[in-house]
Design a protein around this ligand. Structure first.
Ligand code: FPP
Length: 259
């Protein structure tokens, strides 16, 4: 990831999407975009490659989308990189994903730091191999004062596990008298999630055409706009991402109220 040229800002303001669907409105950007990156395995199969090659190509797409977010001014990007269920994949695939993650962090940390991007993790970080935890801590430390874009990697993340963790934390505080059970509301719940302090996603994108939430951000996506694209994650790039943002900007968000 190289430094982002300042002059690109102008071209984005007047951009017409590749699908010809219109211009990006810089004043109506989603503040938080969350992505279920799916289809690495099917992409690999289609190209007669190993699943691991699919994940490798997928990490190139991660780089491209992080850059695009930084360039257009998205404040938060959350990527579902490894779920609590993914531990059940063959050991060789899990190991390859962990190695890829370390490789990605090592190769990108300098550029993340230089481009004012902050890395955060949501999920059971303590379950990750020591070398992954170390690379994550290193990158989080290096980027902790950055503020233009917060990149949240969901790792060993599961929405149900997150809700159970939240319930336990609140129950413990209720037991010790720190929280009055009658005072528990949405704000208190949100404060006990991994995403504490992060606004809910405005837009949830899923690649590879599957119409599922797959245990991702169950509390947080209550009112997110959902966009599913048939594109496999390794083929997902900046142009399609911008088209989806433009489509999002045309939607009417009502949050359950009358229009
Ligand atoms: C889903 O595709 C993808 C994953 C489980 C892993 C996502 C990992 C990456 C995009 C690459 C590494 C990540 C970073 C942050 C550098 P799948 O394997 O379930 O695909 P399939 O459904 O077609 O089999």
């Amino acid at each position: 990831m190289n430094a982002i040229p300042k002059k690109r800002k102008k071209s984005l303001n007047s951009r017409t999407s590749s699908a010809g669907s219109g211009d990006l409105d810089k004043d109506k950007l989603p503040k938080h975009v969350a992505i279920i990156m799916d289809g690495n395995g099917r992409w690999a199969k289609k190209h007669l490659l190993s699943r691991i090659k699919g994940h490798e190509k997928g990490s190139d797409a991660v780089r491209a989308i992080v850059r695009a977010c930084r360039e257009i001014g998205i404040a938060y990007l959350t990527l579902y990189a490894f779920s609590t269920e993914n531990w059940q994949r063959p050991r060789s695939e899990v190991n390859a994903l962990m190695t890829l993650l370390v490789k990605f962090l090592k190769s990108e940390q300098k550029e993340l730091a230089e481009n004012d991007i902050r890395l955060q993790v949501i999920g059971q970080m303590e379950r990750l191999p020591a070398k992954v935890q170390q690379a994550l801590r290193e990158t989080m430390n290096l980027t902790r004062s950055n503020s233009a874009l917060q990149l949240n990697l969901a790792l060993s993340y599961g929405g149900r596990a997150e809700l159970i963790r939240m319930a336990r934390k609140i129950a413990q505080k209720s037991k010790s008298g720190e929280i009055d059970p009658d005072a528990i509301d949405g704000d208190i719940v949100a404060e006990h999630l991994y995403t504490k302090g992060i606004p809910d996603p405005d837009l949830l994108i899923r690649t590879s055409g599957e119409m599922r939430i797959s245990n991702f951000l169950l509390w947080q996506v209550a009112y997110s706009e959902i966009y599913v694209t048939p594109t496999y994650w390794p083929d997902f790039g900046k142009d399609e991402f911008l088209d989806i943002i433009i489509a999002y900007q045309r939607r009417k968000r009502r949050f359950g109220r009358a229009s």
